[in-house]
Design a protein around this ligand. Structure first.
Ligand code: C2E
Ligand code: CA
Ligand code: CA
Ligand code: CA
Length: 275
């Protein structure tokens, strides 16, 4: 029995060790990523369905690891959250995006993703206020995107932070809407300016009446609460047509433009027509 046990342990341990060693390594590398200039920002256009006009750009973080190349945010953001690096990284993203946006030819809005860890561990309203003062970015040009899970973690604290952020003149969007558990309750009690409908709905919208019914319901809800709805992950002309006929306000996705690095690309995307 003793030998069996040893064998079991030996079988699993090296694998788990390797995984956690890798995470620890990445966590260490992340700490110097800002200093070593390994982080980059991409911007993905958000457009009005009706007029085709640019409504803003979502800021998407990229990490170019010196040995491993680009590591997707889905992989490194959780590590940054767990290790605490997300606090410095989140601040860097906001400051850098504000600086870059100020150099654009047109005063478009930037939508910055905020991690739950930031909302829980720093005075986010104060940190945003400082960045706005320091960079000179007008508050109306900044939107923050937060997921529902962020809010659920600590309702009282989240509500207070979001109210203070909105009082600065910054807008707030609820991200990945429709994937959480208490969407209706969250909408009722929090001051949102925009609902971002999760991209998972787009995959089904062309074929499923249920998916369409849900989108219709979210749009009706947005209308009665006076909150704009943006559909994420729009990839086809047919999806766009359906969203248009249902009265969706804004769209984002590869059809409208992929995340781009340079101002030149951003301007080129703007000149491309929506339909
Ligand atoms: P998200 O906030 O839901 O961002 C949208 C993701 O969908 C982006 O992935 C974007 O590149 C991708 N996408 C855009 N258009 C399409 C499309 O038409 N089809 C499909 N299938 N995907 C599309 P990305 O850039 O890999 O980011 C993944 C996630 O990482 C983001 O999801 C966000 O949660 C997180 N993230 C990215 N940047 C930051 C950041 O600066 N701070 C924090 N806290 N999280 C970030
Ligand atoms: Ca987002
Ligand atoms: Ca999203
Ligand atoms: Ca997402």
């Amino acid at each position: 029995a003793k030998a069996d046990l040893t064998r079991t342990v030996c079988y699993y341990e090296p694998q788990m060790d390797e995984k956690s060693r890798e995470r620890r390594g990445l966590a260490m590398d992340l700490r110097s990523a800002i200093e070593h200039k390994e982080l980059e920002l991409k911007y993905q256009v958000q457009k009005s369905v009706e007029s085709g006009e640019v409504r803003g750009y979502e800021v998407l973080l990229r990490w170019k690891h010196p040995e491993r190349g680009y590591i997707p945010p889905s992989e490194f953001i959780p590590i940054a959250e767990e290790s605490g690096s997300i606090l410095a990284i989140g601040e860097w993203v906001m400051r850098e995006a504000a600086r870059e946006a100020l150099a654009w030819p047109l005063p478009h809005k930037i939508a910055v993703n905020v991690s739950p860890v930031q909302l829980m561990h720093v005075d986010l309203a104060r940190s945003i206020h400082e960045i706005l003062l320091e960079t000179g970015l007008p508050p109306r040009r900044l939107e923050i995107e937060i997921t529902e899970s962020t809010i659920i973690a600590d309702k009282v604290r989240s509500l207070d932070a979001l109210r203070r952020i909105r009082a600065l003149g910054v807008t707030v969007a609820i991200d990945d809407f429709g994937t959480g558990y208490s969407s209706l309750d969250t909408l009722r009690s929090f001051p949102f300016d925009k609902i971002k409908l999760d991209s998972s709905f787009m995959k089904e919208i062309e074929t499923s009446q249920q998916a369409r019914a849900i989108i219709r319901a979210v749009l009706a809800l947005g209308k009665s609460l006076d909150i704009k709805v943006l559909a994420e992950g729009v990839e086809t002309g047919m999806q766009l047509e359906i969203l248009r006929s249902e009265g969706c306000h804004e769209v984002q996705g590869f059809l409208l433009g992929a995340p781009e690095t340079f101002v030149a690309d951003v301007v080129a995307v703007e000149e491309r027509r929506i339909a």
